[in-house]
Design a protein around this ligand. Structure first.
Ligand code: WQD
Length: 323
């Protein structure tokens, strides 16, 4: 299938491009390189530098490439920042996504795979979280993801656009074959911050609270390897083609790891001490957030293969050492 990957020079986007190419798809990447990296691009996929806020750039890209499938991973994703600067999240995440949706309809895209997030659930009412869990986002980033899911369901109803919304839990790790090592600029997520503390790019990791109701008091999350995520995107296209009906699934591994677990694994893998300090909780952080991924398994046969903690940390450490 011809598949356009919007945001394909980014961390998850580039791993998804690699997987789609490996599975024999013809891929074209659209990215404004605001956080994506040219080193994440592959020669087998054509590249169009453009911004999702520029509808004519989107229009010429899609009308030339004429893809049957489209993956949309171009969004700002810092939950904390979204509560301070919601305007930029409204424009980039919502207006940008509506531009992509409208141009996808105009160019006859049939299958739309959307990078959604566990942030749509907000504070969990039960664990592990399945797709029936109430969606009550606690930060504006999560709200933008939920809003786009709702636009998708209207575009399915009104225009017949079939979509898969993939609710990622915590994406982590780097390509197990080492083909992608581009480092995120100014990361906010835990594992890249731990790495920056290890290589001395950052004085220390600040641990946001150790008084949560968790085994060691620090926050527990469901970390999923980016290669497993990428496979989930390829499977989503197969599923859409097979059934021609839209669906929403969690992509997580139903394994919880705390901040201290991550620190311990990073020290074991690197042989170095992680400099860290316990500080106040970060507002809006739930104590734990763990996925129930059984629907992705029953619907698509998707199962994580590389999301054990050691592989997540080892592949990330290798990427940081290679820079
Ligand atoms: C993980 C744990 C923090 C940084 C985010 C966003 C969004 C989403 C997934 C895609 C928490 C603790 C973190 C630090 C810390 N992306 N922490 N010190 O908040 O679970 O969710 O990731 O959808 O980006 O929703 O991820 O990595 O920020 O935090 O103590 O410097 O690490 O309190 O317990 P989060 P995170």
């Amino acid at each position: 299938m011809k598949i356009a990957v919007i945001g394909g020079a980014g961390y998850i986007g580039s791993h998804t491009v690699r997987e789609l190419l490996d599975q024999g798809h013809q891929v074209a990447v659209f990215d404004n390189l605001s956080s994506g990296l040219t080193q994440n691009l592959f020669s087998e996929a054509s590249f169009f530098e453009g911004d999702i806020l520029n509808t004519s750039a989107l229009h010429s890209f899609l009308s030339q490439f004429k893809p049957e499938g489209l993956v949309h991973l171009a969004a700002f994703k810092a939950a904390g920042e979204s509560m301070i600067a919601p305007e930029k999240y409204s424009v980039n995440n919502i207006t940008g996504s509506l531009n992509i949706l409208n141009e996808a309809i105009a160019s006859g895209v049939s299958y739309f795979v959307f990078s959604s997030s566990a942030a749509v659930y907000g504070a969990p009412k039960y664990m592990p979280v399945n797709e029936e869990h109430p969606t009550n986002p606690e930060n504006y980033y999560g709200y933008t993801k939920l809003a786009i899911e709702q636009y998708l369901s209207w575009y399915d109803k009104l225009k017949g656009l079939k979509y898969a919304a993939l609710r990622y839990f915590n994406a982590a790790g780097y390509d197990i074959k080492g083909r992608l090592t581009g480092l995120e600029k100014n990361p906010a997520n835990l594992i890249p911050v731990v790495m920056e503390a290890l290589i001395g790019k950052r004085k220390e990791l600040l641990v946001f609270g150790n008084d949560y109701d968790t085994p060691d008091g620090t926050g527990v999350r469901d970390y999923i390897h980016v290669n497993d995520l990428a496979v989930g995107h390829a499977m989503a296209f197969k599923q859409l083609q097979k059934t021609n009906s839209s669906f929403i699934v969690n992509l997580g591994v139903q394994q919880g790891a705390s901040v201290l677990d991550i620190i311990q694994m990073a020290e074991k893998v690197s042989g170095k001490k992680v400099p860290y300090r316990i500080v106040e909780r970060r507002p809006g952080d739930p104590a734990s957030l763990i996925a129930d991924p059984s629907k992705a398994y029953s619907l698509m046969g998707w199962k994580a293969k590389h999301s054990d903690l050691e592989t997540l940390i080892e592949t990330t450490w290798k990427a940081y050492q290679s820079q």
